[in-house]
Design a protein around this ligand. Structure first.
Ligand SMILES: Cc1cc2nc3c(=O)[nH]c(=O)nc-3n(C[C@H](O)[C@H](O)[C@H](O)COP(=O)(O)O)c2cc1C
Length: 190
């Protein structure tokens, strides 16, 4: 079966650049054809700062927003996090969403599309990798990096350059390999 990919928009800021970038990447994933690709917007889940009384490993969720988020995360075989960098660090809305659930992330492959100023968001990615490995995700090396992202936006539409287009293809090919390779592990644990 074709693995299911969630392209997750990490920024929940009004006017965020993340949405047009994620729309481009989602379309690239659809065209690539290795995944059943879905755009998932964290804004739609309106997750408050983590407010569950129990450790997420227990899956004893008391809030409807957590149950909705859990079902979404559970449904995917792989993730691409489309993330900015805030203060040389990880995007707080993404860290919060990651913290909310645990087993739902386990044994899934993930990759990053990052953007920002001159760094292209790579410091945020490095910080986030530390978190996702604790959640037993497999973050792959291949990535799309977008420095000075504002220069590639016009009327709310993101236009990739050749490097980013090529990187997106390489990322999707490698991510699909990992998504399939990890499937037996997920099934065994389930
Ligand atoms: C609180 C805050 C901190 C930021 N820190 C960084 C930073 O450390 N590095 C960087 O490249 N851009 C930084 N920026 C600029 C962001 O890259 C830029 O605002 C980008 O559009 C944010 O992504 P978003 O629009 O999807 O939220 C920061 C922006 C904000 C609002």
């Amino acid at each position: 079966m074709t693995p299911r990919l969630h392209v997750i928009v990490a920024s929940t800021r009004p006017g965020r650049v993340g949405l047009p970038v994620a729309k481009w990447f989602h379309e690239a994933a659809v065209q690539h054809g290795s995944f059943d690709a879905h755009l998932v917007d964290l804004m739609d889940f309106a997750l408050p700062v983590y407010d569950e009384p129990n450790h997420p490993k227990l899956r004893k969720y008391v809030h409807e927003h957590t149950r909705r988020w859990s079902a979404s995360v559970d449904a995917a075989d792989a993730y691409v996090f489309v993330t900015p960098e805030y203060n040389y660090g990880a995007c707080p809305s993404l860290v919060n969403a990651l913290d909310y659930v645990y087993t739902e992330w386990n044994y899934k492959a993930c990759a990053f599309v990052s953007y920002g100023g001159i760094s292209g968001g790579i410091r945020a990615v490095q910080m986030t990798k530390q978190i996702v490995t604790t959640q037993k995700m497999m973050p792959i090396f291949e990535a799309v990096v977008i420095p000075m992202v504002a220069q590639q936006l016009r009327d709310g539409v993101f236009s990739p350059n050749d490097l980013q287009r090529q990187a997106s293809g390489e990322l999707l090919t490698e991510l699909s390999r990992w998504a399939l390779a990890l499937k037996p592990l997920r099934e065994r644990v389930a």
